[in-house]
Ligand binder design. Sequence first.
Ligand code: ATP
Ligand code: MG
Length: 436
Amino acid sequence: MQTLYGLKDAGYEALLVGGSVRDLLLGLNPKDYDVTTDADPEQVQAVFRRCRLIGRRFRLAHVRFGPEIIEVATFRSAPRTPDEEVPDEDAELDDEFDEALEEVDAAPLSNGLDNDHLLHESGRILRDNVYGSMEEDAFRRDFTVNALYYDIRDFAVVDYVGGVADLEAKRLRLIGDPETRYREDPVRMLRAVRFASKLDFVIDPSAAEPIAQLKHLIVDVPPARLFDESLKLFLNAHAEANFDGLRHFGLFDVMFPTVAQALESPRGELAEQIIRLALRSTQNRIKADKPVTPGFLFAAFLWVPVMDLAQRLREEGATPVDALTRAAQDMIAGQVEHVAIPRRFSSMQADIWHMQPRLEFRRGKRPFRMLEHKRFRAAYDFLLLRAQAGDADQDLADWWTRFQEVGQEERQAMADSAPASPGGAPSGRRRRRKRR
Ligand code: ATP
Ligand code: MG
């Protein structure tokens, strides 16, 4: 609010816009507040002491009030590009942008737009940094309910696109021609699913129907942005509903082809159960304000595929440890082509996988070493989830639960009396050596 008044006092227009207006009108608690103004970023900076300009191609101002950062954007006329969503991680977009620029230099596109608008031949927008009027600013947004403005001067909602009516009808409608808008930015298809579950809205048939034809366009979205979107979809209080929505439209299969394949395989039921349990536990943790990590979730997504591949490699003669290592590398390499999971999360994913067979060894010093492992807690949680899905021994899971609860003496007793060799554990080599 101070941001709005600060700009007003300096003689500029300033309005609340987007998700925050939508959420306020729905009686929800907005995640963050976006402000738009006719002041350009430098002018915004001149008004506020604690203000930083961000974004390489489209410049935004971040105004800080204590712990809160308010994003202030200047009215713009073209549909927005993705870079605004991830201002610090748009290197890939820049590459694409440069490539597209070369294309444009070679053969100018006759799309009628001036030089500051750049369309890919697919119709995808790669650059838009043209300032415009507030009305133009409304039309470049995605859904009508996301294009409402709130003017503090007169407490009025400004609606150029019929957003208020759609809000009342609980309906997600794209502004303009749906197919064009999806082609401009295919991520809008994912956003449709996400807002439908978050707001408990229906996707208007005009916005739902084109998805079947256009879902493959998701393949061209930079993997870094898809990772970002998948966090918004799955590290979310509506994670399972989003999973169902994406599956329904076939969008999940484009983002996670290996997982989708596993879901259709003979072990599909188990794969699905593990994914659902992980999504539900994520939801519950979010609702309880507990931390969540994408590493755990992605470990669950790819658990059945990674085990099946490891099994195949063992049949081809690889040792169990080698098979799992190679399968894990393979899975992660395949996945990051679509959804770029940063290394800190994929390494956690791999650790969780690698620790599963190791959790079967309970005799001697090994369980104590496991307990010290920095990923123990995640691996243990994953074991619980597998047990729940019938993929691991419930007794084993219970043993680990108890092992953590009891004191040192009893732990020792538990480790001393544990079975010497776990059934079906992959460390056969070691076991044989012991027997000799
Ligand atoms: P959330 O509650 O998830 O933050 P939001 O509506 O605030 O929802 P943001 O991704 O934060 O969504 O974007 C803020 C606003 O920017 C949106 O309300 C919409 O007006 C506009 N916007 C965001 N992404 C796009 C897009 N891909 N295409 C068009 N407009 C977009
Ligand atoms: Mg937002």
